[in-house]
Every structure is written in C-alpha cells, then in structure tokens.
Design a protein around this ligand. Structure first.
Ligand code: ATP
Ligand code: MG
Length: 191
C-alpha cells in the first residue's frame, strides 16, 4: 500500500486490514512515498518523519511492515518503480497486490508506466467516503487485474488531520495514539 502517510491514519489501517483479510494476504507492506509528484503544490513533511509515523502505526500488527524503497530512491516517486523494486527484492514467486483508495485509482491511467503496472501487480481499489467509484469507472481497465472492494467507511484524510492540528483541534481516534504523540513531539503541522 503506497501513500504519502502525512500522517498515516485509521482510514489507511482499516483499508489494509480489510484487504489483507479478504484476499488472504501474507503481509501488507506500507510504502511511504519519497517525492509525491501529484503533491508538488503543497509542502510535504520530511520523508523520515512520514516513514517513522508509518512504522509506529503498523508496529503492533505482525503482518504489517514498512518498506523504504520509495524514500531511499532519488527523484519523484512512481508506482511502477515501487513495484519493480518490491518484485526484485521479494522474487518472482510472490503475488503482488497494490492497495489503493478510490481517488488514487481514478488517476491510475495518468500514472507513468500505466501499461506495465498491470503486469507487475493486481490492483485492489478500496472504497473511500465521498469518492464514488463504480465498476463502470474501471471497465476500461483489465478486469482480472483490478478489483474493487468495499471497506468499512472511514471519513478520514491526512489533509483533514493536518488542518485539525494547525487549528488546535483534536486528532485523537482519527490516528493511532502514537501518531498523536509523535506529531506533538516533532511539532508537525503547527501553524
Ligand atoms: P492527503 O489528504 O494528504 O492526500 P490521504 O488521506 O489521501 O492524504 P494518502 O497518503 O494520500 O492519504 O493515501 C494513501 C492511499 O490510501 C491512497 O490510495 C488513498 O486513496 C488511500 N486512502 C486514504 N485515506 C483513505 C480512507 N479514509 N479510506 C480508504 N482509503 C484511503
Ligand atoms: Mg491522498
């Protein structure tokens, strides 16, 4: 599951947990983005902060792990490179699934190397409150390579979490407790 994770929140974690259960995945690898090219218009937190928050949030789940492939790669992050690196690391006999929210899946054809993506992994598009996504929306994508899954609705976004911190509103219960504490300790998202 790729993401900026600025910060990681319970929407990410619920989606990962649900996909892991429904698809009997051995492991969910969270891959914090190095330089998200879609987010050039805003300031993104330091990659090591986003990496550490992802580690903290996933530490208690034995089947969750965090990969540094994207944050250790120079330049902008493209999912095709992420999947190539994971494939190289883990060998040809693993099945890769890329977990993505409905909003990100909508952009999929604009991604660099979109045609190669489907050779590298199966895409699981999870539902996200406020983002309508129907089977017709993905009918132009290869049916055996893209699946939609309804996950418990969590109307949480990192953008909202950042704004809440900036406005001194609580983010307790939107993100894991350790993330609230990490954000305070590092002074992230302060006005
Ligand atoms: P931002 O508001 O900064 O874009 P975000 O909440 O969208 O943050 P990302 O790190 O951009 O989080 O998302 C990583 C992946 O998780 C994307 O595929 C996104 O669609 C998915 N995702 C994020 N929040 C949810 C949610 N509440 N429910 C389902 N999927 C989600
Ligand atoms: Mg997003």
């Amino acid at each position: 599951m790729g993401g900026t994770f600025d910060p990681i929140h319970h929407g990410h974690l619920v989606a990962a947990s649900e996909v892991a259960a429904r698809f009997s995945l051995d492991e969910v690898v969270f891959v914090p983005t190095g330089v998200p090219w879609q987010k050039k218009d805003r300031k993104v937190s330091h990659r090591e902060d986003r990496y550490l928050m992802t580690v903290i949030a996933t530490a208690s789940n034995p089947s969750f792990s965090v990969s540094r492939v994207d944050i250790d790669r120079q330049g902008e992050t493209y999912t095709v490179d992420t999947l190539r690196d994971l494939r190289r690391e883990r060998g040809d006999d693993v099945d890769l699934f890329f977990i993505t929210g409905a909003d990100a899946l909508r952009q999929i054809l604009t991604w660099r190397g979109a045609d190669e993506l489907f050779d590298l992994a199966t895409f699981i598009g999870v539902s996200r409150p406020g983002v309508p996504l129907t089977p017709e929306d993905i009918s132009h994508l290869p049916a055996d390579k893209v699946t939609l899954l309804e996950v418990p609705a969590m109307a949480i976004s990192s953008t909202d979490c950042r704004r809440r911190v900036t406005s001194n509103l609580p983010i307790w219960y939107l993100v894991p407790d350790g993330i609230v504490q990490y954000i305070n300790k590092r002074g992230l998202y302060q006005a």
